[in-house]
Design a protein around this ligand. Structure first.
Ligand code: AMP
Ligand code: GLY
Length: 423
């Protein structure tokens, strides 16, 4: 089978790494791709939202399956684009349509979905410019920290957690009046702060059956001890020690089942990954957010722990036969540690030569922001490269991640030395 993976990060490199292991994989394409994917697939370099060029490539290369990595093309309606085109309608596309993708694309939509289906989440209210005075009054009734969320997609920056009420009001003004996040903050969700440890839950669903993939935990802050600015993710581990049988049962009964049932009741057909951002509040799981894709860097620890053939899993997703699949999980622990560009998540330099990747022998190297120029691998993004270790326990997995990272070098390289510290 000829397959196209859409995206260019560590998530897509990991998906490609797994897909090429399948005996069913004939030609693998990725678009736009990065230096890492170029070693195992053909990079096409097309933007993830350039649907017309993606269509041309699908026809030209006789692609039969498209796996969508990031949310933007899903929210923009790539699924409908394929379904409504005679030349593309037979291509299997892994990912939901734009209606279901609103679970990620609109916080307000996701909140309404959860409330409608009794799925535990933070209490909230939502406001626009017309109701800004009500928003100020609402803030007065809450206790700090104040959680303000831009309704729409804001490149992962749209959630603000603020301790001081004056600052919270200023931020609210800048979101609603000055459109700090553009259209995304024309509506703002204000919600109760939930105190607890977060974990990421991934479901692969064909719209009928959902298969729960291994749980993972992401480390979002730039600094050690989970301090400093939020990032796209500085590392991840799987499994998650505190996700014991009892806790997983609660997640399953109160969150996963009602989510799948809710999608059906609301007639939101969904064939793809659902990523549920959860928080453990005193032993009770609550939903922080939905995403309609895999997480990054969670993919880099979740996918290597899946033993099944990934193409078979995707075929079953497209054919609605996931009920016939038994997921086989590698019992080993996995860790991944992300190396970033100096300065990230603020301004950073690009174009630095990366050396030493080939010296990593006992771990998997997945590229995030890299490019290939004159056969040299260069930094090309904030998050640059991540190293995944697998081991009999978490400490041996982490040892492999860190030993691997020590072999890699580029100007300004930074990574957290404490991934897994809290477990
Ligand atoms: P989101 O973009 O919704 O995932 O939010 C980004 C991050 O903000 C989450 O991963 C949490 O760490 C934090 N967060 C979001 N909502 C809440 C909340 N209600 N209580 C506490 N932390 C939150
Ligand atoms: N690692 C979090 C995300 O992919 O959104």
């Amino acid at each position: 089978m000829n397959i196209l993976v859409i995206g260019s990060g560590g998530r897509e490199h990991t998906l490609c790494w797994k897909l090429v292991q399948s005996p069913k994989c004939k030609n693998l394409y990725v678009s736009p791709g990065n230096a890492g994917t170029s070693k195992i697939a053909t990079n096409l370099g097309i933007s993830v939202i350039d649907f017309e060029s993606i269509k041309e490539a699908v026809i030209k290369y006789k692609i039969e399956m498209v796996v969508v990595g990031p949310e933007a093309p899903l929210v923009e309606g790539i699924k409908e684009f394929f379904e409504s085109d005679d030349q593309l309608e037979k291509v299997s596309l892994i990912g939901p349509d734009s209606k279901a993708a609103k679970l990620e694309g609109s916080k307000s939509f996701a909140k309404a979905f959860m409330n409608r289906h009794n799925i535990p989440t933070a209490k909230h209210s939502e406001f626009t410019l017309a109701t800004i005075d009500k928003a100020f009054n609402f803030l007065e009734t809450m206790s700090p920290p104040y959680v303000l969320k831009a309704d729409g997609l804001a490149a992962g920056k749209g959630v603000l957690i603020i301790n001081n009420i004056y600052e919270a009001k200023l931020e609210l003004k800048s979101m609603l009046i000055n459109k700090k996040f553009g259209q995304a903050s024309e509506k703002v969700v204000i919600e109760e702060f939930l105190d607890g440890i977060e974990l990421s839950c991934f479901i692969l669903t064909d719209g009928e059956t959902g298969i729960t993939l291994p749980f993972a935990k992401d480390y979002k802050k730039i600094g050690e001890g989970d301090k400093g600015l939020n990032t796209g993710g500085m590392g991840a581990i799987s499994p998650v020690p505190f996700a014991n049988e009892e806790f997983i049962k609660k997640i399953n009964d109160r969150i996963i089942e009602p989510t799948l049932l809710g999608l059906k009741k609301d007639q939101l057909p969904f064939q793809g990954f659902i990523f549920i951002g959860l928080i453990n509040v005193g032993g009770e799981p609550k939903v922080i957010e939905y995403n309609v894709r895999m997480g990054d860097p969670e993919t880099e620890v979740v996918i290597p722990r899946i033993k099944n053939d990934l193409i078979s899993l995707f075929e079953a997703t497209a054919n609605k036969t996931l009920n016939k699949i038994k997921l086989e999980i590698d019992s080993r622990s996995a860790s991944t540690v992300m190396a970033v560009s100096g300065g990230y998540p603020k301004a950073y330099e690009k174009g630095h030569f990366i050396e030493g990747i080939n010296n990593v022998k006992n771990a998997l190297v997945f590229h995030s922001g890299t490019s290939l120029e004159d056969n040299k691998i260069l930094t090309a993004g904030g998050r640059v490269i991540t190293v995944t270790g697998l081991g009999k326990d978490m400490s041996s997995a982490l040892k492999k991640s860190y030993e691997g990272l020590e072999k890699i070098n580029y100007k300004g390289m930074y990574y957290r030395k404490d991934i897994g510290f809290d477990l």
